[in-house]
Design a protein around this ligand. Structure first.
Ligand SMILES: [Zn+2]
Length: 275
């Protein structure tokens, strides 16, 4: 029971029993609340208007092709269909739905925004072999945009980790230091720079852990750990409002499940408790 992405641009008309991932412009996904309370991807026949339209195939979801569409629904077609913020949905769905959202959100947004050539203004068409859109006039190719970003857990010798409250967070929680990789930087340079800019600390022993797609809007989060090397915490006051080192036994509110930040922190907690 899984989701296998289709890394190719292919469009066809969905049949009524197939699944349909619908996102709106507010970043919400339409999910069906099943009798047992689970959130599921709706069938295409819930949206009869879309059964005559060629839609992008996102991949194979539980042995069926799943299509995607960015569409503004004015009135929900049935009462057990709810619109929920994608980031919020990620914390409540199973892995197959989560993987479909991770793939579908950036692709559907890219397809709806990348419609014209930024060189000559012509309307773009799907590329036949690549996952790209191409200009029939000047030949320019446009691929989905992926923005690398770093996230880092800074550990101190006493085992405490640095957590910070970013005023852009929707809910009050404390997370790891994160930021986009700038042009010309390595990921490690970005780790060092973001930590210095946001909390004023020096770090050492930067080590890569793993990555996660984070399509809010189009990031690839590269997870790192580092050791504290010196300096006093001085928050930038713009993004970061508060930061401190916390013991794993006295942690503040953490970011939601499904995020790489939560995974890195939870793995560290488990490691400390097993020692
Ligand atoms: Zn062009």
């Amino acid at each position: 029971m899984s989701f296998v992405p289709l890394y190719k641009l292919r469009r066809s008309i969905p049949s009524s029993g197939e699944k349909l991932l619908i996102l709106d412009r507010k970043g919400r996904v339409y999910l069906e609340v099943e009798k047992n309370g689970k959130l599921a991807i709706p069938r295409a026949d819930k949206f009869p208007e879309l059964l005559a339209v060629e839609l992008p195939e996102l991949g194979v979801f539980r042995n069926q092709i799943c299509y995607g569409c960015r569409w503004e629904i004015e009135e929900s077609p049935c009462e057990n269909l709810i619109a929920i913020d994608v980031r919020e949905a990620m914390t409540q769905v199973d892995n197959a739905v989560k993987n479909l959202l991770l793939r579908g959100k950036p692709i559907l947004e890219w397809l709806s925004l990348r419609r014209y050539c930024s060189v000559c203004g012509s309307e773009l068409i799907d590329h036949e072999q690549e996952e790209a859109r191409t200009c029939p006039n000047c030949g320019m190719l446009f691929f989905p945009k992926i923005s690398p970003a770093i996230i880092v857990m800074i550990k101190r010798e006493d085992g405490k980790i640095l957590l910070a409250y970013n005023r852009h967070f929707k809910h009050k929680c404390y997370s790891l230091i994160a930021g986009f990789v700038e042009a010309g930087e390595s990921a490690e340079d970005a780790v060092r720079r973001e930590v210095k800019e946001e909390v004023g600390l020096e770090i050492k022993n930067i080590r890569y852990l793993y990555s996660q797609s984070w399509p809010f809007p189009d990031s690839l989060m590269l997870g790192f750990t580092a050791d504290y090397a010196g300096g006093e915490i001085k928050v930038d006051g713009e993004e970061i409002a508060e930061a401190d080192f916390y013991s794993v036994d006295a942690l503040p509110a953490l970011p939601g499940h499904g995020s790489i930040a939560r995974r890195i922190i939870e793995e560290y907690i488990a490691e400390k408790r097993n020692i």
